[in-house]
Design a protein around this ligand. Structure first.
Ligand code: ATP
Ligand code: MG
Length: 447
């Protein structure tokens, strides 16, 4: 993309309404525009990152064997009356009527609808296990929408639902989700720690939330500092293996890590004192096992191997796709702007032309731009007439992890400059070497 033809409405001033750094930078970098309290338009740069995050979620869901569907945003209230949640959900649910005075609602989650799909089409244990998921807009009429996309009213969420014959199988689905979530967040350059949590209006016994540690997080958390040393890394996990998924789940959850809702002073104090931590965290996902809570009242039954009809065991599993943009920025920024991890960056590399209009410099930039595109990478080429300082400031603000700077002086010696946004370190090299280096850096992130 050439910046002269892009739509990147960066703001010079810091917007007064933004209280935390991710919200400030998303507004300043022209990623989002607020349209009403907690409701945003996604401008090109923000939309691009949203799509990258969404793609990672889809890829990791596919790897775990989960199947994508799409359910409607507006749902009939009657389904929610069957489960009893139409009355329970309270003021967070946005309710409306159509012209025939039929009650509708804007989906805050979708246990009822997916259970309805299941009961209409599945009747035998032979069709299990089954996990259906979607990535869809949700609405919750939050009392205090704030912090930009972190606590919106309209937000983008991955919600998945497992259907299993037995509790044991459903707990495997739970563990499988836990493992696949770990990989999902790690690919985004995030450490999200699974913590024992409270189940809230979804209901159920087993639930973990995934928290990204950050001072601006809304959740209070308590943990053993040793949990922050564990990574999934490049390990290959067999998602069908109950044992493997359980082993990873135990590895990541046996140390103390809880939100304030389930915090236990005595258990916490049993941790060696130098490892006890209390901090704040951003909830970027949650998994639940709730057994037959929905399948029983809604009649989602299958015939088991013995011919008996039994309600299926279920769980639901959410990832805060739009909230993740805020969480990633909270975890990765400096005083100049965002620092995107390679896995989610909107463009792979910025090209800064230091002397727009200089024939040799323009030609070298064009060559670089074309070669990077041909290599399957997405460069953002600042081909505007801005002075160098302003170009650098914009690149730093929007946070592309790598920048190639091209100017007449370097070209005389046959070099351009490759700069890391994270470390600020620059290295001079030939144009070809810079292209090769950028390709090498992104190789692990190119599907
Ligand atoms: P919270 O406790 O933050 O209100 P929740 O536990 O009610 O969230 P879930 O039902 O678990 O939310 O939804 C799954 C995920 O969706 C959450 O882990 C979070 O990342 C995201 N999410 C929930 N509410 C919002 C919101 N208002 N704005 C943005 N993302 C949200
Ligand atoms: Mg939650």
């Amino acid at each position: 993309m050439r910046l002269s033809r892009y739509f990147l409405p960066v703001l010079k001033e810091t917007p007064a309404e933004a209280q935390i750094v991710s919200h400030r930078y998303m507004l300043r970098a022209g990623m989002i525009k607020q349209q009403a309290a907690g409701i945003y338009s996604w401008l090109p740069l923000g939309f691009k990152v949203l799509r990258k995050i969404e793609n990672i979620v889809h890829e990791e869901q596919a790897r775990a064997g989960h199947i994508a569907i799409q359910m409607p945003i507006l749902q009939p209230a009657d389904l929610w009356r069957e489960s009893g949640r139409y009355d329970d959900y309270g003021q967070e649910m946005l309710r409306m009527q159509d012209r025939h005075e039929r009650d509708l609602l804007y989906t805050p989650t979708a246990e009822e609808m997916v259970t309805d799909i299941f009961r209409s089409h599945v009747s035998s244990y032979k069709d299990l296990p089954l996990t259906l998921y979607q990535i869809q807009w949700k609405f919750r009429d939050e009392i205090r929408p704030r912090f930009g996309v972190m606590r919106g009213r309209e937000f983008y969420m991955k919600d998945g639902y497992n259907f299993d014959l037995t509790k044991e199988d459903a707990l495997h689905a739970y563990n499988r989700h836990l493992v696949s979530y770990l990989r999902t967040y790690e690919r985004m350059g995030l450490q999200a720690i699974p913590m024992r949590a409270d189940s809230g209006p979804i209901g159920g016994d087993d639930t973990h939330e995934f928290l990204v540690l950050a001072e601006t997080g809304e959740s209070e958390v308590f943990y053993d500092s040793a949990v922050t040393d564990i990574r999934l890394g490049a390990r290959e996990i067999d998602y069908d293996s109950h044992e493997e998924c359980r082993a990873v789940m135990e590895e990541f959850t046996s140390l103390y890590a809880r939100t304030d809702e389930t915090h236990d002073e005595a258990a916490f104090n049993a941790i060696p004192e130098d490892r006890r931590r209390s901090a704040r965290g951003i909830e970027v996902g949650q998994i639940f096992y709730f057994g037959t809570k929905y399948s029983e009242p809604m009649g989602a039954m299958v015939q088991g191997p013995d011919g008996q009809k039994v309600p299926v065991h279920m769980g639901s599993h959410g990832i805060g796709v739009s909230r993740l943009l805020g969480a990633i920025i909270e975890a990765s920024h400096d005083d100049k702007g965002i620092i995107w991890p390679e896995g989610v960056t909107p463009f792979h590399v910025g090209i800064v032309n230091l002397r727009q209009g200089d024939e040799a410099t323009d030609a070298a930039c064009e060559q670089l731009y074309k070669a990077l595109n041909a290599a399957g990478l997405e460069p953002l080429y600042d081909d505007t007439e801005e002075r160098a300082g302003a170009k650098f400031a914009t690149m730093d603000l929007i946070g592309l992890p790598w920048r190639i700077t091209v100017g007449p002086r370097g070209l005389k010696n046959g070099v351009v400059e490759l700069t890391s946004r994270r470390t600020g370190e620059s290295e001079e090299m030939s144009l070809e070497a810079a292209i090769a280096r950028v390709q090498e850096i992104y190789a692990p992130h190119m599907g």
